[in-house]
Design a protein around this ligand. Structure first.
Ligand code: SF4
Length: 274
């Protein structure tokens, strides 16, 4: 593919669902991170895999070498602090702390975290109804009359996978979008406007990913309501916050819906080298 192999920054505004991404070969993040490749292949981390294969020991040897040379990864991260003379001043730290708190307290971010918890609760409470549908489908499969039991079983699995994939993505991406908005609004010194433009761009990109996650979640939950009618009311309780979040994003970041997502094949200009 030559020098245009990687698409610049494609992984900044994507849903990290590499398994379903058409651009893995052109994503530097994916190509450089063995963990992403493993997850996309459905493989667990090396230490959790079956030890009776060569790949396990090759990965382990690599981890041992890095640990011997540099120490444990988490300790390396902790030690990689700045020298004293480069430490940020306390005023800056206080401002950053207030800024972070404002993002976390924003009604949309709180709604996103609340939605995440509701989905997690749904996963345990919906179990009996889902199993009842599973039993019905198994019964239907015994019928000599052709019926869509297999397709419905696959569809239910797919809808649950979509909804549960996105429920953890929405809060951090929405936090990042609002962080960009607050940063842009708080810029005291930006004579050229470049910083404000950068923050706005990042906020729009993050918010567009959230909008995508919300749209796909709404579609999945709506279909699931039809397939598992006993869960109709419970799913409605999940659809309401999604719809409210969508409305809130359109109000706060109207430009987000027009942000092109390269990982979906949307480009505002031809893809460039990373
Ligand atoms: S752009 Fe595609 S391959 Fe890269 S991190 Fe995102 S989903 Fe994964």
């Amino acid at each position: 593919m030559g020098s245009n192999r990687f698409i610049s920054g494609i992984y900044n505004y994507c849903d990290y669902w590499c398994e379903r991404c058409a651009y893995t070969r052109r994503c530097r993040n994916y190509q450089m991170d063995p963990g992403l490749k493993r997850r996309a292949d459905g493989q667990p981390p090396p230490i959790e895999r079956d030890a009776a294969n060569a790949a396990f020991w090759a990965d382990l040897a690599e981890a041992v070498r890095e640990t011997e040379l540099f120490g444990p990864a988490d300790a390396r991260d902790r030690e990689a602090g700045l020298p004293d003379d480069l430490q940020p001043d306390s005023e800056w730290l206080a401002r950053e702390e207030a800024h972070r708190a404002a993002v976390q307290q924003h009604p949309l971010v709180r709604m996103a975290f609340d939605y995440m918890k509701r989905v997690e609760a749904w996963q345990s409470t919906a179990d009996p109804d889902l199993k009842a549908v599973a039993r019905d489908l198994l019964e239907a499969a015994k019928s000599p009359v052709p019926n869509p039991a297999e397709e419905e079983a696959r569809e239910i699995g797919d809808m649950i996978e979509i909804a549960t994939w996105y429920h953890t993505l929405i809060p951090p991406k929405l936090s990042r979008a609002l962080d960009g908005v607050f940063e842009k609004d708080g810029l005291d010194d930006d004579p050229t406007g470049v910083l404000a433009e950068t923050r706005q761009h990042d906020a729009n990109g993050s918010a567009r990913v959230v909008l995508l996650a919300i749209e796909r979640s709404i579609a999945a939950w709506t279909r699931l309501r039809t397939l598992v009618p006993a869960q109709g009311d419970a799913i409605l309780d999940l659809l309401v916050p999604l719809d409210r979040m969508r409305g809130g994003i359109h109000l706060i970041l109207p430009g987000a819906q027009h942000f092109p997502l390269a990982f979906l094949g949307e480009f505002s200009e031809p893809p460039t080298n990373a």
